[in-house]
Design a protein around this ligand. Structure first.
Ligand SMILES: Cc1ncc(COP(=O)(O)O)c(C=O)c1O
Length: 451
């Protein structure tokens, strides 16, 4: 069993209800619509940077970072201190009053976007779903158009409109949702018509959006939304050139372009602070959540002043959006990202991690693909390389077994065939080597199992 890298943090003794009591309470009193990872659900009671601790004090390397949420480390001391300081003063106020944190954080957030982007005003929300609802609303109000394009295999949240934007049957409740939204083909170079070796794949996949506008809409669209790397869909990267061609087709039909940066933002992909910057495009609207608050409930929809003004004909309000404690967490998180060179670290450690995963792929035939950027990395499992048939069961086996060996990861893809790694960005090279050793063992064991 690979040895966990050392950690100086000693967890506090846990004295609360046992794991089985909590499980029984949850089964009795929480909705059965909730799902848990693992055959024996894991209870976590403490976190420190890249580590999570269960009730027995056992330590796990959190390679999922909450769910791509903990950007700079669980209970990072600087973020916690800023939250404590604000909690002592005032926990709650809304935007009907002025509060320095909320306005200052707006200014700080805007400063992270390219100077000439035109992205200049923020609407704070509590969740990525709400941010995407706003983005869709503003796209429609500002253009006067209704038809809208999203991508198959995308995930944009679970409110009704965000569910409608999502393009995965597994995440769509069987009810009408998002009237007017059409889903274009996912530009998946592993499984689609044009592969990684085709330098023109981006333009070819983008043709489908132009086609959809021509044949599946009124010809005038409100906009288009995409994640630069699809998260829940299994870390599918938009091919080079794709977004440029799509943005131009969408703008040609009167629409605006939205980049859902809920998983790709805040330097996680290493090369740039925002995912869209790697594609030579500038969206009119950007939605962010998760990493923005290092785990505090905070999200935002950022756009141009002109587009935001389209909402001023009616009242609009969000009770917790722009909360002073969450804004304090957001500012402190940005401070850490800047001060500790987190983006550069994500590029460096992520490159090391990806190179290690590629080496594993050379030796393990059930790995069909390794992809992603920075610290947003996925492994796609297949039955074998000849058929390339996606294999959810192999991924589930590795996911479960990795937990037993001290490594927590995520799952994604329509059949749960992708193991997802998006750890807190304080992950070290030594931690990567531990994760790689665990995965090596799990992959070896998986090869001799009957699925
Ligand atoms: C890309 C993307 N957009 C939007 C959302 C929705 O965010 P939330 O769960 O905060 O509503 C998610 C959540 O996983 C996401 O991954």
């Amino acid at each position: 069993m690979p040895a966990l890298p050392a950690c100086k943090h000693t967890p506090r003794p846990y004295s609360g209800p046992s794991r089985s009591e909590v499980l029984a309470l949850r089964r009795a009193h929480l909705t059965p619509a909730l799902t848990t990872y693992y055959k024996e659900p894991l209870m976590v009671v403490e976190g420190h940077m890249q580590w999570l601790f269960d009730e027995t004090g056992r330590r796990y390397l959190d390679c999922l970072g909450g769910i791509v949420t903990v950007s700079v480390g669980h209970s990072h001391p600087a973020v916690i201190a800023a939250m404590h300081a604000q909690i002592d003063l005032l926990v709650h106020s809304t935007t009907i009053y002025l509060h320095p944190n909320v306005s200052q954080f707006g200014q700080r957030l805007i400063a992270t976007f390219p100077k000439d982007s035109g992205l200049e005003v923020v609407y704070f929300t509590n969740s990525g779903s709400e941010a995407n609802e706003l983005a869709l609303l503003m796209a429609r109000l500002s253009t006067g158009n209704h038809d809208f394009i999203a991508l198959r295999n995308a995930y944009h949240g679970m409110t009704n409109q965000a569910m409608g934007l999502s393009g995965l049957a597994t995440w769509k409740q069987p009810l009408p949702q998002a009237l007017g939204v059409r889903h274009a083909r996912c530009p998946d170079r592993l499984r689609g018509a044009w592969g990684y070796n085709d330098p023109d794949a981006g333009r070819k996949y983008a043709e489908d959006v132009a086609d959809l506008i021509r044949f599946g809409t009124t010809g005038a669209v409100a906009g288009f939304i995409a994640e630069p790397i699809q998260g829940v869909g299994g870390f599918i990267e938009m091919p080079p050139g794709y977004l440029q061609h799509v943005y131009s087709a969408v703008r040609g039909a009167g629409g605006v372009c939205i980049s859902d940066e809920v998983q790709t933002g805040f330097g996680r992909t290493g090369e740039t602070f925002w995912g869209f910057e790697q594609h030579g495009v500038t969206p009119e609207i950007v939605t962010v959540a998760k990493s923005i608050g290092n785990g505090a409930p905070l999200a935002a929809c950022i756009t141009t002043r002109k587009i935001a003004e389209s909402m001023t004909k009616r009242l609009h309000f969000n009770t917790y959006g722009g909360n002073p404690v969450s804004a304090a967490a957001g500012m402190a998180t940005l401070d850490v990202i800047e001060r500790e060179g987190v983006q550069k670290h994500a590029a460096d450690v992520g490159g090391h991690f990806k190179a290690g995963l590629r080496k594993l792929m050379e030796r393990h035939a059930i790995v069909g693909d390794v992809r992603g950027k920075g610290l947003l990395l996925g492994i796609e499992f297949v039955k074998d390389r000849a058929s390339m048939e996606p294999s959810g069961p192999r991924c589930a086996f590795v996911h479960e077994r990795a937990r037993e060996l001290g490594l927590l990861a995520g799952k994604g893809g329509i059949s749960g065939q992708v193991l997802r790694m998006a750890p807190p960005m304080c992950l070290s090279r030594e931690d990567c080597d531990f994760a790689l050793a665990v995965l090596d063992q799990c992959l070896t064991e998986a090869a001799s199992c009957q699925f």
